[in-house]
Design a protein. Sequence first.
Length: 299
Amino acid sequence: MSRPARPTRRTHRRGAAALCAVLLPLVGACASGPDTAAPHQRSADAPATSTTSATVSYGMPADVTAMVLPTTGEAGRQAQGLDAFGALAAAWAVDGCARRQGETVPDSPPPMFTRYSDLPDLDFLREYGFGGNTRVPGAPHVAPAQADAAATPSPALRRCLTEGGSVIQELRQIYGPLRSGWFTEMDSVNRAPEAQRAWRGFGECLAGQGVDTKDEAAFFALADRTMQAADTAGSRRLGGFYATCMKPVEAAREPLRERAARRFLAANSADIARLRTELPKKVGELEKRYRIRISFPKI
C-alpha cells in the first residue's frame, strides 16, 4: 500500500515579508509541527479562509509522555496541541518585539493544529472530514498587510522574527529529539506484517463505499481536489469513508504502537524522566511570559 500523499495547503502570503515565510528557514517549520516530525505531518485542510467548528480543551495532562510519544489518533491531538503551542508562543514573541520596535507584523497564517498522517484521528475525521483549518485560540491579531508593504523585512523586524524562532526552539529542544526517535519507531510499526496485512483490505473497502481510488495516495488526491473545490459536504463524506476503511488498519497498528512505546520508554528512561520534569515547567513559563494557554483540539 502506498504511503499517504500530502495534500497541498494554500496559505495567503501578502508580501514576501509574511511571518510564515521568514520564520520557515529559521525554525524549520512555520505552523504547528516540529521539524523533526514534519515528514509525518499532513496538512489535511481546506483553503486557509475556512475554519472548522472544532472546540478545544485546556490544561496539561497529568503525564506529558503522550504529548511527545502518541500512539493513537486521539493522543495525537495532545501532540498537535504541544506543537501548536510553540507556534503560538513564537507569534506573541514576534508581536511583542515588533510593537516595541515600532514595526508592523505582516499579515500571515495564524498558528494551526496540524494532524499527523501516521496517526489518523478517525473520530475527528468522521466528525469533521478533511476540510477546514483548526486555528489555535489566543493568537495575536495581525492587521492585513498594506499594498505598499516592503518586499523585505527591516533589520528590526528580522530581529523580531529571529526572537520568535528562538522561542519555539526553547520548547522543541526539550521534546524534539524524543519525538523524532519515536516517529522512526512508528515507521517500523507500519512495516510490520500485521499492519501490511490489514492494509490489503483498504482499497476494497473504499470501493465498497463507492470511492473509485486504487490506493491511499489516490484517495488523498481525491480528498485534496474536494477540499480545493470548497466542497465541505464532500470532504465530510470522504472523512467518514476513510475512517471506516482505516478502522481495521488502526486496530492492527495500535497494539503494535503500544508495545513499541513500552520498549521506547524503557530504552530512553532517563530522557523521559527529564521530559516529565522540564516540559511542564517550560510550558508553564511560556504561558506566563506571553499570557497564553496551551490547548488541544477535541470533538
